[in-house]
Design a protein around this ligand. Structure first.
Ligand SMILES: Nc1ncnc2c1ncn2[C@@H]1O[C@H](COP(=O)(O)OP(=O)(O)O)[C@@H](O)[C@H]1O
Ligand SMILES: Nc1ccn([C@@H]2O[C@H](COP(=O)(O)OP(=O)(O)O)[C@@H](O)[C@H]2O)c(=O)n1
Length: 229
């Protein structure tokens, strides 16, 4: 149902803070389109793995991604992710892709290509919620609202473990280590590192449930209506 919001909500933050689930719910509540930019970097990673290329070989990665057709949907209630016409929506969430995605997404030409595509998708919508790592800083520096989601590392690891059905202490420890590694990789890369935009509202979800975060972001988005921003 449309609530009168027009413009762009940029939702950034590290893994397991609730970006995807919150962004989808906010988009539904606002009657807005939804773009998961992480799914695009994950799809690019599928192309790299299928080509048998080392994800750390930036030149080879750039060539594979330049030639791949990556398509994502922008509806909040469905997940469409394709590489060269093949549905990869399930595969992109697998461990192999998760391990390799930060290296692929650190390659500048990969970012340029996907950022161009993201801006084109966004410009087709009157209202859109876009989630990722560099939306407020690079992709949409003039977004109507920028939110940076954070949560304590333990909470993030627990949430991700529950989502993936991991239960043993060893599995959870491995997952927490993987999150740390990816945070470090994403925050320290030269091109578009993960960080809050200066004008982002930081929302800490450690002690908020998902609905609490959704309410807060919707409230912030609606406060921009008629404010001339
Ligand atoms: N505030 C919250 N409290 C508890 N669990 C949450 C919260 N927000 C999201 N989750 C759950 O945590 C998991 C990871 O959320 P997700 O949206 O995939 O995060 P991200 O996109 O930031 O990696 C999901 O199972 C989701 O339902
Ligand atoms: N705008 C974005 C979105 C994702 N990414 C990269 O893609 C990876 C996967 O993003 P994601 O949003 O699917 O990750 P999760 O938070 O769901 O684990 C991140 O770890 C980043 O390396 C990026 O570089 N820039």
């Amino acid at each position: 149902m449309s609530a009168g919001f027009t413009g762009q909500v940029a939702l950034d933050g590290p893994s397991g803070t609730g970006k995807s689930s919150v962004a989808r719910a906010v988009a539904s509540r606002l009657g807005a389109a939804y773009l998961d930019t992480g799914a695009m970097y994950r799809a690019a990673t599928v192309a790299v793995l299928d080509a048998g290329v080392d994800p750390e070989d930036a030149e080879a990665v750039a060539a594979v991604v330049a030639a791949a057709r990556i398509e994502v949907g922008t509806a909040a209630d469905t997940e469409l992710v394709e590489v060269d016409g093949v549905d990869v929506a399930v595969r992109i969430r697998g461990a192999e892709v998760t391990r390799a995605v930060s290296a692929v997404s650190a390659v500048p030409s990969v970012r340029r290509r996907l950022v161009d595509q993201q801006r084109a998708l966004v410009s087709a919508a009157d209202a859109v919620v876009v989630e990722g790592r560099d939306i407020g800083t690079v992709v949409l520096p003039d977004a109507t609202l920028k939110v940076y989601l954070t949560a304590a590392p333990e909470a993030r690891a627990q949430r991700r473990a529950a989502q993936l059905g991991l239960t043993t202490p060893q599995e959870i420890a491995e997952l927490a280590a993987d999150l740390r590694r990816r945070d470090e990789y994403d925050s320290s890369r030269a091109d578009s590192p993960l960080r809050p935009a200066e004008d982002a509202v930081v929302v800490d979800s450690t002690h908020l449930d998902r609905e609490g975060v959704v309410d807060r972001v919707v409230e912030l988005a609606l406060s921009t209506v008629g404010a001339g921003t």
